[in-house]
Design a protein around this ligand. Structure first.
Ligand code: XMP
Length: 254
């Protein structure tokens, strides 16, 4: 894979090479051998995924050299690595976070558009200079997301808008590399997929959070972020393989 290509290009290539649109959420808990287990799981599942996503489960307990080791292994399999920290701070702090994560080998970072368009544009510009990507939340998958992302407000044009619609517009205007909408939010997925131009949609929320992979694929999801349904299953390899095959079938038949 060409390192000088953009994140969007690299993840597209990874998904073609692996014939997979699954991003493995490596949310490992209750183990003392987090690093070894993470490395083993990546090696076991690499053929059925296009990327991994690390959250605080590993980003907080692992050292920067351990995280770099994880990302080196990820890249050796032609996969991409996403840091899911939902960045949401003042520009100088965001800058430090992006700089550290990029130096550890992360290819993309999730960001909360609540920082506003100026903040969002600044993280995109910095990330792109480092050949990293920015994925912006638009509508989260968890119960209660409506109380934040679904809030309506009266805009300066006297029109009622939902916060997620504003987040989506800001994300597009800031040239992010992808937007995140829960796989269990089918109506929102359909609405966003009609307006998104070429921006890919990343969806967590399959399985444990109630989302159906086929329905979400048909509603516009490009990449599926899946954690517990794979990691917590009796046979993670078989589960990842089954999910990957399901998506290939969706591509062919629908
Ligand atoms: P599960 O086990 O539910 O894991 O498949 C999902 C992973 O994704 C994270 N998550 C989100 N990340 N926007 C995000 O950026 C969301 O709406 C969202 N919902 C879940 C979750 O923390 C876990 O790592």
């Amino acid at each position: 894979m060409v390192d000088s290509a953009s994140f969007s290009h690299r993840i597209t290539e990874a998904s073609i090479i692996k014939r997979s649109r699954i991003i493995l959420a490596l949310d490992i808990t209750d183990r003392s051998d987090l690093n070894e287990f993470a490395l083993r799981t990546i090696s076991q599942l690499e053929s059925y995924i296009c990327a991994i996503k690390l959250n605080f489960h590993l980003i907080l307990p692992l050292s920067s050299s351990e995280l770099s080791e994880v990302n080196r292994l990820v890249h050796s399999y032609d996969l991409q690595s996403i840091a899911d920290i939902k960045l949401n701070d003042i520009p100088s702090t965001n800058k430090i976070a992006i700089s550290h994560l990029s130096s550890m080998g992360f290819d993309a970072i999730t960001v909360n558009p609540f920082i506003g368009t100026t903040g969002l544009r600044a993280v995109v510009v910095q990330a792109h200079e480092l050949k990293s990507g920015i994925l912006a939340l638009v509508y989260m998958s968890h119960i209660g997301a409506q109380g934040g992302f679904g809030i309506n407000y009266l805009g300066s044009n006297n029109q009622v808008t939902s916060l997620y619609q504003k987040f989506f517009q800001d994300a597009i205007a800031s040239r992010v590399d992808g937007v995140i909408v829960g796989a269990n939010r089918l109506e929102i997925l359909k609405e966003i997929s009609c307006k998104r131009d070429h921006i890919p949609i990343y969806s967590p929320g399959v399985g444990v959070q109630g989302g159906n992979i086929k329905q979400a694929a048909n509603s516009g999801t490009d990449y599926f972020i899946i954690g517990r349904s794979i990691i917590g299953s009796k046979d993670p390899l078989k589960t990842a393989k089954t999910l990957q095959h399901q998506l290939v079938r969706v591509n062919i038949t629908d």
